[in-house]
Ligand binder design. Structure first.
Ligand code: SF4
Ligand code: SF4
Length: 64
């Protein structure tokens, strides 16, 4: 399981420091999540840390 950032991202940078896996990075236009690094915060926190800090709610869970 991993998360993804939609095109609604406003590049506010709030989510980046929350990620314990350094999975969030600046893409060509908006921030993106490296699905190979994102564990949904498993091993660090009970819930994904990036989702609640996003002011535009553009971080979504990818379907399996
Ligand atoms: S869910 Fe956790 S590991 Fe995945 S991108 Fe968000 S902060 Fe990083
Ligand atoms: S917190 Fe949301 S809007 Fe801000 S950079 Fe991250 S994904 Fe984009």
């Amino acid at each position: 399981m991993a998360l993804a950032i939609t095109e609604d991202c406003i590049n506010c940078d709030m989510c980046v420091p929350e990620c314990p896996n350094d999975a969030i990075y600046m893409g060509s236009d908006i921030y993106q999540i490296d699905t190979n690094k994102c564990t949904e915060c498993e091993g660090y926190y009970d819930v994904p840390q990036c989702i609640p800090v996003c002011p535009v709610d553009c971080i979504i869970t990818l379907a399996n």
